[in-house]
Ligand binder design. Structure first.
Ligand code: 5GP
Length: 231
């Protein structure tokens, strides 16, 4: 690889498909990409193994590591703590590979401050429509109604951040629509491997983000109403 290894930040609203894209990147280019396994206080979902999906920590252990300065970034998401360990990122970069971070938006902002462009590249991934995102979140079924509502509320905030960031591109260099997995993965590959690539923000993307915020807000409101109705 001729390009110096970069920190590749993939952020997306929950259900946006970033984990699938990250997995696919590593599968297609195992020599080029490495994954940073995050730490979290969230309980493992069925099938998630320690050290693969996450390092599962108690809150006390997580806090201890925060105080020891072991995190590149960390954030609270839906009541749980998530963070990127410096050791993970440094290990992958030292091996000459780009390191992929699958993180939420507050963390993406913090990474930007430590690894400015072009040492990092940050990509916001959105599903083709708000309906597709809601559908994916519902299908996951590992979350309770309350958790679903919480994740949806966070999704609204995250997409709004991306929308506000469209012109300044402080947090995100690129926005990729995850309609077709193959197209999205190729899009991400093209972005990572060309640090000079110019941001391409079409008016469609701007409209898509605005439409997303509107629909997600509506869905979050509906969910809120149905909770009230059932209690
Ligand atoms: P989940 O609980 O669905 O695995 O993840 C919830 C959210 O936390 C997702 O947006 C995911 O990308 C984000 N996340 C996972 N690891 C990290 C991390 O190390 N740092 C931050 N800031 N967010 C993370």
């Amino acid at each position: 690889m001729t390009l110096p290894p970069r920190v590749v930040v993939l952020a997306a609203p929950s259900g946006g498909g970033k984990t699938t894209i990250a997995r696919e990147l590593l599968h297609r280019r195992p020599d080029t990409f490495g994954y940073s396994v995050s730490a979290t206080t969230r309980k493992p979902r069925p099938g998630e193994r320690e050290g693969e999906a996450y390092h599962f920590l108690t809150r006390a252990e997580f806090q201890r590591r925060v105080e020891a300065g072991e995190f590149l970034e960390w954030a609270e998401y839906a009541g749980e703590l998530y963070g990127t360990l410096k050791s993970e990122v440094e290990r992958v970069l030292a091996s000459g590979q780009h390191v992929v971070l699958d993180i939420e938006v507050k963390g993406a902002r913090q990474v930007r401050a430590v690894y400015p462009r072009p040492a990092s590249v940050s990509i916001f991934i959105i599903p083709p429509s708000a309906d597709a995102l809601i559908e994916r979140l519902r299908k996951r079924r590992t979350e309770s109604h309350r958790e679903l509502r919480e994740r949806l509320a966070i999704a609204v905030r995250e997409v709004r951040t991306a929308e506000e960031d469209v012109k300044s591109a402080i947090v995100f260099d690129h926005i990729v629509v995850n309609d077709d997995l193959d197209v999205a993965v190729k899009g991400v590959l093209g972005i990572v491997e060309d640090p000079d690539r110019v941001k391409h923000r079409t008016i469609e993307t701007i409209h898509l983000l605005a439409d997303f915020v509107r629909k997600l807000e509506h869905e979050a409101y509906q969910l809120g109403q149905s909770v009230k109705g059932s209690t």
